[in-house]
Design a protein around this ligand. Structure first.
Ligand SMILES: CC(C)(COP(=O)(O)OP(=O)(O)OC[C@H]1O[C@@H](n2cnc3c(N)ncnc32)[C@H](O)[C@@H]1OP(=O)(O)O)[C@@H](O)C(=O)NCCC(=O)NCCS
Length: 466
């Protein structure tokens, strides 16, 4: 291992030591048990707290600041693993053998080669589009080019296997959950068979691999088109992280940049039933295909309350401008009850473990980067101010987005690319969770409480008053 990358590993392990010291690492028993349907739980608006399924993929302990993928804590994965290995782990449930990892990497490399899709993408005004909208479009173009789903008379293999039609829960009854989904595949075996599908059916693991690799190539192509360059073909000798940076910048990154990018990808790969994961799962649960499902994840991730926050953080740090201005800026923001970007989290009511890793990486990179160093100084002062004002009472701490923007900026990546890079990594989590959910699929169908009126008389249009 390159000497400087050893230093990065040390930083991750010291973040782990700090996390272990400051938090108790005990799972919450009530959230880690097999479910006996119907389940009782307290549900808040926006389905907060609702339990919709079981998963073996990832666990977030928000009270303690703990994140695990398939049983491995995020710090160990960042310290010792690679994005390819983590993507495999998320999809298949266990760490790969050397042979399996090599063939998985080969497959990703093969699927990162999407020249025709990129050519098609270039026929749209990509440079004028929001990069996330362009990314979403790219996934539809991949679907169009590589699958049969748009062919005349096409019936999906998955749809052919449906044994019964969905009869949704009657709206007037209280939702109690059901022991078995009515909408089921004939058997698990049938589903297993369909999972081995080729790309043509746009469902199953081949499509997941295709999207993990293809979205990276699309994001890089979008970046290059925006800056007036031609997209680059992948460099097959590089790792996923190094190839991603290469396809964006046209330069093979040094080992430290590659290692940090790899860690950033690992940190963003999965995070429970967040809005974009839920969006992908909802779409998949209708037996729509995996490309459209990932496209929905991209759409949900675009919003500033979700993935868009990292870009907003950099804009906010630019607006603050100097360490001296932090105090007055924060006072004004708090007085206006503004949400400070990069702070707070729906689940974490403790320090986000991903921010624990990213903060020292931002500090490491900013040693040789003037702009990064300036951002970091302002960020540190802001973190102190926000901690004093909000951490005790409201449990507001930095989240993943607070330092990721500084890490990206210090590597020369522009703010418009931050959220697409988040998406590149999250494809692993989206696809893993969709595949897991489809094994016991039940179409999502929450309810809304009707608080409108009844018995209104229909008035013809000419008799209505303004
Ligand atoms: C992420 C987020 C949407 C979570 O929201 P939430 O769980 O619904 O939290 P709430 O909006 O209910 O906030 C609870 C309280 O904390 C305050 N709060 C939450 N996030 C805050 C922030 N970033 N800055 C200041 N106050 C914040 C709220 O104003 C609210 O205060 P109140 O009880 O006096 O009304 C929210 O923290 C936020 O908008 N953060 C900024 C955007 C961001 O960084 N997003 C990335 C998430 S990874």
């Amino acid at each position: 291992m390159h000497d400087n990358t050893k230093e990065i590993t040390k930083l991750v392990l010291s973040a782990k030591a700090k996390a272990l010291k400051e938090t108790s690492h005990e799972p919450e028993p009530e959230l880690t048990q097999p479910i006996k349907w119907p389940v009782s739980c307290t549900v808040g608006p926006g389905l907060e707290g609702a339990i919709a399924c079981e998963t073996g993929i990832g666990y977030v302990n928000g009270a303690k600041g703990w994140l695990i993928y398939r049983g491995y804590n995020i710090f160990d994965l960042c310290a010792y693993s690679t994005y390819e290995e983590v993507a495999y782990l998320l999809l298949y449930g266990s760490l790969p053998t050397l042979k399996r990892l090599e063939s998985f990497k080969k497959k990703l490399m093969q699927y990162s080669h999407i020249p025709n899709t990129k050519r098609l993408l270039m026929s749209f005004p990509v440079e004028q589009m929001n990069p996330m909208a362009a990314l979403r479009l790219g996934t539809s173009l991949m679907r169009q080019e590589f699958t049969d789903v748009e062919a005349d008379g096409y019936v999906s293999e998955t749809v052919k296997m449906i044994s019964a039609d969905e009869d949704s829960i009657p709206m007037e009854t209280k939702p109690m959950g059901e022991k078995h989904a009515i909408y089921e595949f004939d058997s698990k075996l049938e589903r297993e068979k369909s999972i081995k599908d080729s790309l043509l059916h746009a469902t199953g693991y081949e499509s997941c691999h295709h999207l993990i690799a293809g979205v990276a190539s699309l994001a890089a192509a979008i970046a290059r088109i925006r800056y007036g360059h031609m997209p680059l073909e992948p460099n097959l000798d590089l790792s996923f992280a190094a190839n991603l940076l290469y396809m964006i910048n046209g330069v093979v990154p040094n080992p430290v940049e590659e290692r940090i990018m790899d860690i950033v990808l690992i940190l963003h790969a999965d995070h429970g039933m967040n809005a974009s994961t839920f969006a992908s799962m909802v779409v998949a649960s209708t037996l729509s295909d995996i490309y459209l499902s990932v496209g929905s994840g991209i759409a949900a991730l675009q919003g500033p309350l979700h993935g868009g926050a990292n870009e907003a953080v950099i804009n906010m740090l630019k607006e603050i401008g100097s360490v001296k201005n932090v105090k007055p800026w924060l006072e004004k923001a708090l007085a206006k009850k503004m949400k400070i970007m990069g702070f707070g989290h729906r689940v974490y009511k403790a320090y986000d473990p991903r921010a624990r890793v990213l903060a020292p990486l931002a500090a490491y990179l900013s040693k040789n980067n003037t702009e990064g160093a300036k951002f970091l100084k302002i960020a540190k002062a802001l973190e102190k101010g926000v901690a004093a004002a909000l951490s005790k009472e409201k449990k507001i701490f930095p989240n993943v987005d607070f330092y990721s923007g500084i890490v990206y900026s210090s590597m020369g990546l522009p703010p418009e690319l931050f959220t697409p890079l988040f998406a590149v990594s999250r494809v692993a989590g989206w696809t893993a969770r969709v595949e897991e959910y489809l094994r016991h699929n039940r179409i999502f169908r929450p309810r809304a409480m009707y608080t409108g009126t009844f018995d209104k008389r229909y008035r013809p249009i000419e008799k209505r008053k303004n």
